[in-house]
Design a protein around this ligand. Sequence first.
Ligand code: IPE
Ligand code: IPE
Ligand code: MG
Ligand code: MG
Ligand code: MG
Length: 298
Amino acid sequence: MNFKSILNNYQEQVNLAISKFLPNINDVPPRIHEAMLYSLQAGGKRLRPILLLAAYNLYPSDLDPLAAAVAIECIHTYSLIHDDLPCMDNSILRRGKPTNHIKFNEATALLAGDALLTYAFYLISKHYQHVPQIACKMIYTLSEAAGPSKLIGGQIEDFHHETTSHQDSSINIYEKLDFIHTNKTSALISAALTLGLRLSKVDEEKINIAQKLGFHLGMAFQINDDILDVTSTSASLGKTSGLDQQNKTLTYPKVYGIEKSIKKAQDHTHCAITLCQELGGNNEFLLVLIASLENRNV
Ligand code: IPE
Ligand code: IPE
Ligand code: MG
Ligand code: MG
Ligand code: MG
């Protein structure tokens, strides 16, 4: 297996599918379509759609997974646009370009995020309506992962900690940190794997394993994101580094220090690999992908 060429091929498939499934930049009203496509086509690792495709390819079926892959990237990109807003992390650089609100303005960034979130559900309901039971389960998984108990729940606790941590000494910082990471990041990564396997039509037992895998992979991913915010530069990350300390964000390096954080990320990666082996199927690529994320520098 040539891991790099399969990864590039997945990335290319996702980029082509984004062009195919998103509205044209000139569609009326062009301003919103330009703002949506600006952030979506700025690049990014495409990790969530690639995880969806890799999970699907463990047990491929007759269904085309690309519309679902684009849908999850729409949700992820919306979450980044809103995360970067001045009222949230207040960042000026994302995917190597000025953030959406810097390029356009705050109101446009807010609406571009809203539009991408909504468009994800439009895509799934449109492209999988011929398999309504699968479509409904995918919408359930995605809306739960992106909703108030998961992604938004993680984001509000992240933000709430930034603004109130100095006032409250009674909270369990370790539990809070894991709540934030589990929900703001692991939930959507779990959903990516789950969607891929729903399209594969596998049994619930495999879906349960994939969700546990997504939890551990997401934790490792966010811990490494926290580490990179401290150890890397804006230029190499393509997004503003050092913001967590500036914003008093609750992170692994802050609570555990860098060395322990690295160890904890490795432990989560190890669990994810074991669960991926348990999933079976054509898991060669997914196994290497999980391991490679441990040493990522973007
Ligand atoms: C950034 O996600 C937000 C986190 C959950 C850490 P990515 O690191 O996947 O960002 P892109 O998609 O490559 O830009
Ligand atoms: C963001 O976490 C997670 C979501 C967007 C849901 P971060 O705030 O750490 O992500 P970056 O570092 O800005 O990419
Ligand atoms: Mg944030
Ligand atoms: Mg941020
Ligand atoms: Mg971060």
